[in-house]
Design a protein around this ligand. Sequence first.
Ligand code: ADP
Ligand code: MG
Length: 619
Amino acid sequence: MAKVAINLSTGALQQEEVIVGIDLGTTNSLVAYIHPETKKPVAINDLGRGTIVPSVVHFTQNGETIVGNEAKEYLTTDPANTIYSVKRLLGKSYKDLGEHKDYFGYKIIDDDSEGLVKIRAGDKFYSPIELSAEILKELRERAEHALKTPVNRAVITVPAYFNDSQRQATRDAGKLAGLEVLRIVNEPTAASLAYGIGIDPSEEKTIAVYDLGGGTFDISILSLHQGIFEVLSTHGDTYLGGDDMDRAIINYWIQENQLVADTLNEDKNLQQELRLKAEEAKKALSQQQIYTSKVNDIECGITRHKFEELIAPIVAKTIDSCRQAMGDAKLKPEQIDAVIMVGGSTRVPMVYETVSEFFGKPANNTLNPDEVVALGAAIQADILSGNRKDILLLDVTPLTLGIETMGGLMDSIIPRNSKIPTKAGRQYTTSIDGQVNMKISVYQGERDLVKENRKLAEFDLKGIPAMPAGFPKVDVNFILNADGILKVEAIELRSGVRQEVEVKPQYGLTDSQVEQMLMDSITHAREDVSARMVIEARTTAEQMLYQVERFLEKNSQHLTEEEIKMTQENLKKLRDVLPSGDKDQILKAVDTLEEQTSPFAERVMQISIKQAMAGKKIE
Ligand code: ADP
Ligand code: MG
């Protein structure tokens, strides 16, 4: 949508509003744009606060939300209400977190369902999407403030390995922050663009992007062909980065000063001070050979030589990943045309040297490694806005295509602005025991509830063999060809039954209707997300009720009367709040029931095992 904006600093009328590029990072986030005069990408530094916004959200006692450096200060003083690393939770279920559940200092709801994780702060429950939206909102406000113009559109980057639901979650976060997300771009692709690779469509290159951030490491091997980046392979470690270097330094100081780790554990302030000191030392050693300082009476000195010895295992791990990614892409180091350094931790000279040595050529590090992803995102935004006439814009689908799921929610399969032709799919299952038919309703639009979107087609997948709920595997595939014709097919994998339909999504749809639909999705973003969360909370609650009720029926002999009574009371409480439409109340009741009943399952399991050992027959 072209809007007229007035640049308050120059008084000039701007026909085209800016589209910003956003790096939504695990540790830090940034926003960048193309400077209208120099045509160069610039990271936005609002009010001289620096370009980097720590990806931390703090909820104050009186209900305010703070983001960035100020929020970071609460990490030690109020960890329960200070959320960091939310990117790790985007699009994930509690089960996905696996062994890393203890990494987080705040409460993640462990209702053990397959549903997406929720975070509890005070009496409120937040989805990672809402929390990411808070960070994006802060970036958007900073951009608006610095550029003195409304910012409504953005390109946001994600790691190359992000799956469909993580990408969708990132889009949703953008929408909730009032941004129309023109495209989700891979971080390594953005970094390449920032170095000018991929701008000329005739260029053919193979590129390695090495990204070592605060808590994550990614290596991506890309191939550039006819202006399109293809990810050949990715590897990495989602729990490895600069924080580990800081910890190595702290441990060294503890040893050198003969400190007792236990006393340190109790003194949160000292801990935090040492952590900040260690980071300061690490950064200083990227420039100099020796660092000396003190925290209280503790000597905090370290040489670069010692530091390199400490971090050698970390660097070696990243090189192992590089070797793995190269193997997966079936490439030898000499076949890589360019190596690109991304992430603050690549400033460590040893990291730069080791990586350059592995690939047998000097890596690109002339751009600021903290900013390079955001800068590339800004270039991508500029390309999409049509400001670069030299670049071919590919055909894209203007509205999201998806199907209806539980509770009338829209599940998007092909996001808007995807290049066509394209293909995408997802697997579904049944919700009722013995279900033999499944209705597939195809919709177009950006709203969370299908009733607000445009219905394109509907069909029944019939003849699914009767199985317990959750057993059938139904693949739904969307194939959108170059002429804009969409084929939707559904296949039940166990039995092979299939059904398909063809539609032309653009048929009878005018440009102004598309614009209206986009506008509506932004204006209604907040209510849509709330509605979605209530429906998801209800679905979780219903599953929980069903499970606990069945459990009681089967296993009440292993519970005391008191326990049964308690469970029934909690079941009743949950049933009572279910119609309320208050997601916090519902989730709280789910949480209470879950916490009260979770020990039962283990007890019953142990009894069953004992009985099995004793040779008794079990059900
Ligand atoms: P992410 O992509 O995870 O959000 P960044 O790319 O912003 O993270 O990297 C943050 C990390 O970079 C932190 O661990 C920080 O200490 C480290 N870092 C920043 N500057 C330097 C420097 N000069 N030398 C070494 N490490 C640095
Ligand atoms: Mg990063």
